[in-house]
Design a protein. Structure first.
Length: 323
């Protein structure tokens, strides 16, 4: 695990991180968002919401925080919180480049983000990230690599990423889409001067979309830290929208559907960090019960039966509205 400070943490929540996708911008695709956030989503309101979440997460032992250039002002909100909390020098900070936020703080923009994995975009966004996070940046990931991404074959980009790694920033990648496993395996083959380039992989894995598991196990065995995103399937596994089988198991555990869903991710031996995408402090508190969820074989089998065909899952995700 390249994050020695995270690996040395002693609390169960060392394996749970906080992702800022849901609170760094006014619009996102998570279900239930209108209930989670105020109608008036000013910059000031969402910065305060972000800081409240960071306060609560840190107080409860969470030590990995995840942002991205495309998450609106997430890096800015996180940077301001870090400056206000010098005692939080044990926090591990990750961000991502490759998407540009284009919604101009609107929930009904025609386009919310633009993907570009070119060297020019890396240079521009790395400078933007450095201006905000500076030496606090521990991990910089390529955002949403797919098997056809030019980031997998661009040798000039690889050279600059390797230079960043030599200067102390871990280099990783995230994946999305029905071919996540192919993207992961292709990225594992990328080397610079005979050495593997990537030290982390961040992928979608949840009860509805577990197809990347074998490739993530291979990445773990190759020495990469595996970070799991979208463990709640963008709200499809939250209490209001959860399948009946998940609700039934949650009732048996006397915990929330979210805690059970995240517990199923945490139990994977290759899962290094599992992200909470909480938008409220109450959601975060419920998510943090995941490490104490105890499931028997029958319950696990009932939950495993919820898995969807990957292409169908990603089509449903692609149809979720920004709001």
């Amino acid at each position: 695990m390249p994050f020695s400070r995270l690996a040395a943490a002693t609390t169960p929540t060392a394996h749970i991180g906080l992702g800022l996708a849901a609170v760094g911008r006014p619009g996102y695709i998570n279900l239930g968002r209108d209930d989670d956030l105020p109608e008036d989503r000013t910059v000031e309101a969402l910065e305060q919401r972000t800081h409240d979440l960071l306060d609560a997460a840190y107080a409860q032992g969470v030590r990995y925080f995840d942002a991205a250039r495309s998450y609106g002002r997430s890096e800015e909100f996180l940077a301001d919180w870090l400056k206000a909390h010098p005692e939080a020098d044990d926090v591990v900070v990750g961000s991502k480049w490759g998407y540009t936020y284009t919604a101009d703080w609107s929930t009904d923009a025609e386009q919310h983000e633009v993907k570009d994995h070119s060297l020019a975009t890396y240079r521009r966004q790395r400078a933007e990230t450095d201006a905000l996070l500076g030496e606090r940046l521990d991990l910089y990931q390529i955002h949403s690599v797919t098997p056809d991404s030019p980031a997998l074959t661009d040798k000039a980009l690889h050279a600059e990423l390797a230079e960043a790694a030599a200067q102390g920033v871990s280099v990783g990648f995230s994946t999305s889409g029905p071919a996540q496993a192919d993207a992961i395996r292709a990225a594992l083959a990328v080397t610079v001067d005979g050495e593997p380039l990537f030290r982390t992989v961040q992928s979608t894995y949840n009860l509805l979309e577990p197809s990347a598991a074998p490739a993530l196990a291979e990445a773990h065995d190759a020495g990469l830290t595996v970070i799991v995103k979208e463990g709640m399937a963008n709200g499809r596994l939250a209490e209001t929208h959860a399948p009946d089988a998940l609700k039934a198991v949650a009732a048996q555990t006397s915990l929330g559907c979210d805690a059970v869903a995240l517990a199923c991710v945490l139990r994977q031996p290759w899962a290094g960090v599992v992200l909470s995408g909480a938008a409220t402090v109450l959601q975060l508190a419920s998510n943090l019960h995941a490490p104490v969820v105890d499931l028997d074989e029958d319950q696990l089998a009932r939950l495993a039966a919820l898995a969807e065909e990957p292409r169908a899952y990603w089509e449903k995700r692609g149809a979720l509205p920004w709001h």
